[in-house]
Write a protein that binds this ligand. Structure first.
Ligand SMILES: [Zn+2]
Length: 233
């Protein structure tokens, strides 16, 4: 297949597989298919999964079939969209309210030590399915890990963020609640690691977490991928 066919195939597959995710893309630089320079990158920060209990990887991994983020923008190429499932569903009832979604309002933590360098806390949560394309990140925090790696946690619930710019955070510290703000089809956490604090100028980094379970198997160090159920302990 040529590249165009592969891209079309990936978009169809990701549309079929995705439950709740970022709508298409967040803002940022255009990427190129052959930018493979970071594929074997080893994360420097000691990272743990940024939540409590079990979550489901709706998108994540280093291939276009596992990860709808891979093609469009290089800064979030290795991003994950993460939700919670109960009996295979991400919401109860008809899912038309954020509160129907199991992850909405759930605690989110700093995945590693660092300093808060940017955040937004005042964007209204979307009605599920109605996207805010003007404020694509919605409510978010950016953590500078002080080693050239920056964590982006995106789409928080309005007014749920409990840290301030300049704060030092430690791994596992609560930073806010999962929400549905920004360019998001429904409540979920978007997480990615990149090389800068500027969403417009940076490269996405493959992200390895330490000490977690994927589908009940202990992983000493690894990258969660699409369709895995993951937990810290
Ligand atoms: Zn996303």
């Amino acid at each position: 297949m040529n590249h165009i066919k592969i891209i079309k195939y990936a978009i169809v597959i990701s549309a079929i597989l995705s439950l709740t995710s970022c709508a298409d893309t967040l803002i940022g630089d255009e990427g190129e298919l052959d930018e493979a320079v970071f594929l074997n990158y080893r994360t420097k920060t000691d990272l743990e999964l940024p939540f409590e209990n079990e979550w489901f990887i709706g998108a994540g991994g280093k291939t276009i079939l596992q990860n709808h983020h891979f093609i469009p923008h290089r800064h979030q190429r290795y991003a994950m969209d993460i939700i919670q499932l109960v009996d295979g569903k991400s919401f109860k009832g008809d899912g038309t309210k954020n509160e129907d979604h199991y992850c909405f309002g759930k605690r989110l933590n700093a995945p590693g030590n660092g300093k808060i360098v940017a955040l937004e806390n005042n964007i209204e949560d979307n009605v599920p399915g109605v996207l805010n394309t003007d404020q694509q990140l919605g409510n978010y925090i950016i953590i500078d890990h002080l080693n050239g790696e920056f964590s982006y946690l995106v789409h928080f619930k309005q007014q749920s963020i409990r840290v301030s710019v300049g704060d030092t955070v430690v791994k596992g510290q609560e930073v806010g609640k999962a929400g549905n703000s920004g360019n998001s089809t429904g409540p979920h956490l978007h997480y990615h690691l990149q090389t800068t604090a500027d969403i417009h100028d940076g490269m996405g980094l493959p992200t390895q977490f330490n000490s977690y379970y994927a589908n009940d198997v202990f992983i000493e160090r690894g990258t969660p991928v699409q369709n895995q159920v993951v937990r810290k302990d």
